[in-house]
Write a protein that binds this ligand. Structure first.
Ligand SMILES: Nc1ncnc2c1ncn2[C@@H]1O[C@H](COP(=O)(O)OP(=O)(O)OP(=O)(O)O)[C@@H](O)[C@H]1O
Ligand SMILES: [Mg+2]
Length: 252
């Protein structure tokens, strides 16, 4: 069953065709990766899915809903969470606070009930804290929970960003270069966490990634792009050995 269907999507900026008529389907439970050289259009695809940009044409259907025109804020509510290529956390706040902020989107209480602190609000607050604690445990972040982001090593920050996205309890998680800036040991940890996120939490993942070892090890299928276009889509081995993929990476 497909969770996300991108059909013939395209967007240009001025003269630059960042994404040109790309189509792909991501199945429920998959780890689907997007690879390609710098400027291939990978992050732009995430920005189209998360409604930061409008498509010029084509459609994106998520969980049966055409999201091509939904407002940006509705994306998280529908169950899509993402991390950014350059981490975007509140530097002066603690890990815990950053995660609680990430959770807030899921609250349905209104101002009036919050003012009177009705039982429903209290219940949501407790649920939110429980969700945060679960994610802290899952990603082994206990020892950092009260640290201010600005004082943490880069590798930990990247995991906090993943953790914050998970607090939304998404159906689909978009990870933009999760391993960039990580050392080999941290990258290996990341691959285990990815497996937990995918298998234990049952979250479908789309990952943009340059580390081909991580990609081939973690992905069910891969979309390879260059210059805004699809080169090929398929299982890791086939994509890795595709002549045009080799050419895009290595040159002629
Ligand atoms: N907001 C924008 N305004 C103008 N050009 C843009 C914008 N966003 C992306 N582009 C251009 O679109 C193309 C694709 O960019 P994109 O960021 O999607 O590449 P990428 O595959 O993520 O590359 P990288 O591996 O370097 O992150 C590039 O030429 C980029 O300069
Ligand atoms: Mg990018």
């Amino acid at each position: 069953m497909s969770l996300l269907v991108a059909d013939n999507i395209a967007v240009s900026f001025g003269g630059v065709k960042a994404v040109q008529d790309v189509s792909f389907t991501v199945n429920v439970g998959e780890v689907f990766s997007i690879v390609g050289p710098n400027g291939a259009g990978k992050t732009t695809i995430f920005n189209l899915i998360s409604r930061i940009y409008d498509v010029d044409h084509g459609s994106i259907v998520f969980d049966g809903i055409d999201i091509t025109k939904v407002p940006t804020h509705a994306i998280a509510e529908l169950g899509i969470a993402r991390t950014f290529q350059n981490t975007e956390l509140f530097e002066q706040e603690t890990v815990l606070k950053n995660m609680l902020i990430g959770c807030h989107i899921h609250r349905t209480s209104h101002l009036i009930s919050e003012l009177f602190f009705l039982p429903s609000v209290k219940r949501q607050e407790l649920e939110m804290r429980r969700a945060v604690e679960e994610v802290i445990d899952l990603l082994d972040l206990q020892s950092y929970r009260d640290n201010v982001i600005g004082e943490l090593p880069y590798g930990v920050r990247k995991m906090v960003e993943v953790a914050r996205a998970l607090c939304l309890r998404p159906k689909l998680l978009l990870l933009d270069e999760p391993s960039s800036g990580l050392n080999p040991e941290e990258t290996e940890d990341l691959s285990f966490w990815l497996e937990d996120i995918n298998e234990e939490l049952g979250i479908t993942v789309i990952m943009v990634e340059h580390d081909m070892n991580l990609v081939t090890q973690a992905s069910d299928r891969i979309l390879a792009m260059a210059d805004g276009r699809t080169i090929t889509i398929g299982e890791p081995e086939a994509v890795q050995n595709h002549p045009e993929v080799l050419r895009a990476y290595l040159g002629d």
